[in-house]
Design a protein around this ligand. Structure first.
Ligand SMILES: Cc1ncc(COP(=O)(O)O)c(C=O)c1O
Ligand SMILES: [Zn+2]
Length: 353
């Protein structure tokens, strides 16, 4: 789809050949705006690339990604799981990385820079290697050491680790990109477009979905999910949007607080064991809060203990290893179940522990 890139702060518009994900005028992040209404197939035919009609036009190599399994809970037929651990690097991040790394290649870059709590690094490094591009990753102090080892040994990424949290790592990555000319990747506009496909897949493979439960770190997945639902509603593919339930840990919940107290997102020092959602200041937080209000959804926080219980249950019942950030959506379902109407889908966002 033809598109332009519009700055979320100053409103300046760039054409689709603009070689960055950040506004040259004010440094803010951009949003992909399509020239015409995105239209996806109503039923997925078996490939992520069937959703090209809702993605930015680009020179993509059709690597295997997405089209992940959905299955019902064994004891509760109103709960389904969307199993993102099925992706090549075992998290939903691959949906976004396959798009943004392709853009870096298309625009002639030979290096990408990225900030990560772990999964993003794994995913960006994986696709960068496939595309023959170097990757330089700035990891946060919360990042899981085993994930980082795996990335360095298998995918040749150069890792810089500092005392900074994820928000600090993002600044470092941006500084590095502007100094060296590397393409900045991570929680930016192209990733969000790729991550929309998760909602398209859910809607095309399950009937009567009333609630979609989404974990929130930087809120890119949340913003992408809500954008996809709005696109589907505008295209007439769904009559009504499922309600979206955004989930954070009680020990790092700047988004839930801002949403529930109707203020702007404020920085919180992350102190959750769910490393993938240990984000003190969600980049897409304020935008996603506006989208979530329009959707009529809600934002909740769950305890560390409830995430651990859900993680254990998935291992015992299904033999599935899922990380705490993923278990957050199940923990949210557990606590909201008596209040929820209709069928719910909990996104199991990743399985790298
Ligand atoms: C497994 C997992 N779940 C959830 C999230 C949160 O996604 P987002 O940062 O888009 O809100 C992440 C982000 O790193 C993740 O890796
Ligand atoms: Zn701007």
């Amino acid at each position: 789809m033809e598109y332009s890139l519009v700055c979320t702060n100053c409103g300046h518009a760039y054409d689709q050949f603009y070689k960055s994900q950040v506004c040259a005028r004010c440094g803010s992040f951009l949003e992909v705006v399509y020239k015409s209404e995105p239209k996806a197939p109503t039923a997925a035919r078996g490939s992520f690339w069937d959703f090209s009609g809702v993605l930015p036009e680009g020179k993509y190599r059709k690597y295997e990604v997405g089209m992940t399994k959905m299955f019902s809970d064994a004891g509760d037929d109103r709960l389904m799981y969307k199993l993102e651990t099925d992706n090549p690097t075992h998290s939903f991040k691959d949906r976004g990385s396959v798009i943004e790394v392709a853009k870096a290649k298309e625009y002639g870059f030979d290096e990408v820079a990225c900030a990560s709590t772990g999964n993003m690094a794994y995913s960006v490094a994986y696709y960068s290697k496939l595309y023959g591009i170097r990757s330089r990753i700035f990891v946060s102090r919360e990042a899981n050491k085993d994930k980082i080892e795996e990335i360095m040994s298998t995918h040749d990424a150069v890792i810089t680790r500092g005392k900074w949290d994820f928000t600090g790592a993002q600044k470092e990555a941006l500084k590095y990109a502007s100094k060296t000319g590397a393409f900045i990747t991570g929680d930016y506009c192209y990733r969000k477009e790729g991550q929309k496909t998760i909602a398209y897949e859910i809607i095309s493979s399950a009937k009567n979905v009333s609630n979609i439960i989404v974990p929130v770190g930087n809120a890119t997945l949340l913003s992408g999910t809500l954008k996809a639902l709005s696109e589907m509603e505008a295209a007439g593919a769904i009559k009504r949007q499922p309600k979206v339930i955004a989930v954070q840990s009680e020990r790092c919940n700047p988004f839930s607080k801002a949403f529930n107290y109707k203020g702007m997102v404020k920085y919180t020092v992350p102190s959750t064991s769910a490393d993938a959602i240990a984000v003190g200041y969600p980049t897409f937080g304020d935008m996603a809060a506006r989208q979530l209000r329009q959707n009529g959804g809600m934002a909740v926080s769950v305890s560390e203990a409830s995430m651990r219980r859900a993680q254990k249950r998935m291992k015992e019942y299904y033999g599935l290893t899922i990380e705490l950030a993923s278990a957050a959506t199940i923990a949210a379902y557990d606590s909201l179940k008596p209040r929820l109407k209709g069928n719910s889908v909990a996104i199991i966002s990743g399985g790298n522990v």
